[in-house]
Design a protein around this ligand. Structure first.
Ligand SMILES: Cc1cc2nc3c(=O)[nH]c(=O)nc-3n(C[C@H](O)[C@H](O)[C@H](O)COP(=O)(O)OP(=O)(O)OC[C@H]3O[C@@H](n4cnc5c(N)ncnc54)[C@H](O)[C@@H]3O)c2cc1C
Length: 383
């Protein structure tokens, strides 16, 4: 069998290409294989909000590390990546949500993340188009926005520049112990480590892993520069985004460098059909109009859907894959998936942890919370 490389990465979404760059950086020979196009999966469908999230210590550690890595990269990013340090405004509709603002600001402060509690008039100085009568918000100045498909393409170019190889147009059909990859046309390749970075599709190559697709819709408007200045998110988003069973929508609107507004977001479990659902987009718009009444006067250009790869504990899977039969580590097969709605942000942190572990360096944050075996070893062999 033809030897591929030290590391063979399946999937050129933002996670796969970030892993390629980090692996090349630590001196591993790297090959990325992609069935379709760079950034054409969830990466191309995502919003590109680089955000520190505080749902769990593991989530805060990975998002914080990743946002810091994006900031480090920022001076080198080409204009096409549209990095915009617009920050996030978490909007509090009422007093109950203001209590959440205080709680969140405490957590951020303990983690060393600068945030500003905003009340009354100040909210409207920052965001004049928000509906009157809101209680306030939490402004996180360090968060940013990028355009994910061009970011993925640029990361891959950087990896290629460091010696990584890229092969497009052939789907992987199977992955086996010993780092063996079988393509749809029957060709085989082997590598010391195969990294499955195929997003929500990862269960096709490694059955039984704790991963489910979670459908999302996004809507984009024509160009209205200055309509909003921060990524605006309702605090209720936290409640809604973490519902594990019901369909949810939340107010989440992003200003793009182009002047366009990207309107999100919805979350659906069990919806495997990528078709646009008018009932969902209607709910998203209703929610968005409530917070930003003038949105009603703007022209929407396009709607699309994508699938997030969701794990039960909302933390990604980074490390050796569990064998579908024994639940033990598969020799030579690793996972880098399960990033749900945070994979654009956490691609860089994921890649750093993965590459550090592959060469025996200690990652800068504890890697154990992301260990894929956390599910299979608890349950024993997967039936
Ligand atoms: C509506 C929506 C909004 C989002 N908003 C944000 C946000 O604001 N911020 C954020 O951080 N994240 C966001 N996300 C999440 C983010 O987009 C994903 O977590 C991230 O793109 C996952 O990247 P990935 O590389 O793991 O997967 P993908 O981008 O899906 O890439 C997987 C790649 O693998 C390839 N592939 C699949 N199977 C095979 C095979 N058998 N052989 C070869 N290649 C294969 C695919 O073609 C694809 O290119 C959002 C997601 C959605 C859907």
């Amino acid at each position: 069998m033809k030897p591929g490389a030290d590391v063979l990465i399946i999937g050129a979404g933002i996670v796969g290409v970030a892993c390629a760059l980090e692996c090349a950086r630590v001196g591993l020979s790297t090959l990325v294989v992609e069935s379709h196009m760079v950034g054409g999966g969830a990466t191309g469908a995502g919003m590109g909000h680089l955000v520190v999230m505080d749902d769990s210590p593991a989530q805060i550690a990975l998002t914080q590390l990743s946002c810091a890595l994006w900031k480090e990269l920022q001076p080198d990013l080409p204009g096409s990546v549209e990095y915009d340090a617009c920050g996030t405004m978490w909007v509090a509709a009422d007093h109950e949500e203001m209590a959440e603002v205080e709680r969140k600001s405490h957590i951020y402060s303990n983690a060393g993340i600068v945030s500003e509690v905003v009340t009354g008039r100040k909210l409207y100085e920052y965001e004049p188009n928000l509906r009157p009568g809101l209680s306030g918000g939490l402004r996180v100045k360090g968060d940013a926005v990028i355009y994910p498909p061009t970011a993925a393409a640029w990361l891959l170019d950087q990896a290629i520049h460091k010696g990584s190889k890229f092969q497009k147009g052939q789907a992987v059909r199977e992955v086996h112990e010993g780092g063996i990859v079988v393509f749809e046309n029957g060709d085989r390749l082997c590598a010391r480590t195969v990294v499955v970075a195929t997003g929500a599709n990862a269960t096709k190559l490694v059955p039984g892993i704790a991963l489910k697709p979670r459908k999302g819709h996004l809507i984009i408007t024509d160009r209205y520069p200055g309509h909003i200045r921060h990524q605006l998110i309702e605090l209720g988003y936290l409640k809604n985004a973490h519902q594990l069973t019901q369909d949810t929508v939340a107010f989440n609107v992003q200003p793009r460098r182009t002047g366009q507004l990207l309107i999100g977001s919805s979350r659906q479990y069990g919806a495997l059909d990528s078709r646009i659902e008018k009932s969902i987009t209607a709910k998203m718009l209703e929610r968005a109009f409530w917070y930003l009444p003038h949105l009603k006067d703007l022209l929407c250009l396009r709607v699309w859907t994508g699938f997030r790869a969701a794990t039960p504990d909302k933390v990604p899977l980074i490390g050796p894959a569990p064998n579908p039969v024994t639940g033990r580590p598969m020799e030579g097969v690793w996972l880098a998936t399960g990033h749900e709605g945070l994979g654009i942000t956490t691609s860089l942190g994921t890649a750093r942890i993965l590459a550090d572990r592959l060469v025996g360096n200690t990652p800068s944050i504890p890697w154990e919370p992301y260990e894929p075996l956390r599910f299979s070893l608890q349950k024993g062999p997967i039936p």
